[in-house]
Design a protein around this ligand. Structure first.
Ligand code: ADP
Length: 322
């Protein structure tokens, strides 16, 4: 393999740049050229490509977002769109792809491989941590730390005003961020999409903490834990008790920012591993880190198998939130 392409797609995640840098420099070490594809599949269809040399990825290791830009593409969801993308890749002499993104990105990559035989290796880049075959995805650690900092600040206000705060964190289908942030932030209640949320039980937990002398509480809610997110849950609870509480939605501040050391190390390692796998003949797989070692998992499994949350940690959070 003489020339490979790299792109970022779907939601941006801190550490994507570190992964791009690792791809480019590992490829250089192996004598392989790298072409950067801008704006994910949308840019692939339009042929938005540029050669990436080792100097082009200088000074990006510490930057959030992605220098290659990212996008969502409806056109790529169609067979014609994917045929156009494959044509552009062939015209540019690209023999294989490193796809950095989440499950949607990998589903698209699998289609490109099936329909056009373009070899592809995925790198898990999403703050959601919802991919099977890696203990952590690139960006998750940074997102958790960003949300945690926000919660620590809100707790100051909650304590000073003796108030209850409902804080909504990202996670439509997965509660990984909510669980880690909730445990690390000492939340009284953590509401996740993986566990049924009973408003009455939440109300009782809050009343019981008040009875034990707590004057302020934090409820961490993953956006997909309850219809309407944190605001929806609070409204449902108000049917059971008169509760004075504030809602804060952390939103997109969780996405950006400089990646943590952990995310930079993970991105460096997985970006390089993806190039080694791809040039070594692997395809239709994702590189991940499992118990400290690089592991290769079929893309199909990475997107279809469910990685469960650590229920022991959820139980622990309840014991510790006395
Ligand atoms: P993420 O990779 O963060 O999960 P998305 O779900 O938005 O992000 O997916 C990114 C892009 O991947 C989509 O805009 C679309 O172009 C492509 N994609 C997603 N799912 C499929 C699919 N089933 N078939 C083809 N392309 C897909």
């Amino acid at each position: 393999m003489k020339r490979i392409g790299v792109f970022t797609s779907g939601g941006d995640a801190p550490g994507m740049n570190a992964a791009i840098r690792a791809v480019v420099r590992q490829a250089y070490a192996l004598g392989v050229e790298v072409i950067g594809i801008r704006r994910g599949y949308a840019g692939m269809i339009l042929g938005e490509m540029l050669p990436l040399g080792v100097r082009d990825v200088a000074n990006i290791l510490q930057r959030g977002g992605t220098i290659l830009l990212t996008a969502r593409s409806q056109e790529f969801m169609t067979e014609e769109g994917r045929a156009k993308a494959a044509e552009k890749l062939r015209a540019a002499g690209i023999e294989g792809l490193v796809a950095i993104g989440g499950d949607g990105t990998f589903r698209g990559a699998m289609r490109l491989l099936e329909e056009h035989r373009i070899p592809v290796v995925g790198v898990p880049g999403t703050i959601d941590n919802d991919l099977y075959g890696t203990d952590y995805t690139i960006g998750f650690d940074t997102a958790v730390n960003t949300a945690l900092e926000a919660i620590d600040r809100i707790r100051d206000t909650a304590a000073s005003h003796e108030r209850v705060f409902f804080i909504e964190v990202m996670g439509r289908h997965a509660g990984f961020i909510a669980l880690d942030v909730g445990l690390a932030g000492g939340a009284e209640v953590i509401a996740l999409p993986e566990e049924p949320v009973d408003p009455q039980a939440v109300a009782e937990t809050l009343l019981a903490s008040q009875a034990r002398g707590k004057t302020s509480s934090i409820v961490v809610v993953a956006e997909g834990a309850y219809p309407g997110g944190a605001a929806g849950l609070l409204e449902a609870i108000r049917a059971h008790m008169a509760l004075e509480a504030r809602v804060t939605v952390l939103g997109h501040i969780q996405r950006g920012g400089a990646p943590t050391a952990k995310d930079r190390v993970l991105a460096s390692r997985l970006g390089a591993a993806a190039v080694e796998a791809l040039t070594g003949g692997a395809s239709g797989v994702m590189v991940g880190e499992v118990e400290g070692e690089v592991e290769i998992t079929p893309l199909k499994e990475a997107v279809e198998r469910r990685k469960d949350i650590r229920r022991d940690l959820l139980a622990l959070s309840r014991v510790l939130a006395l």
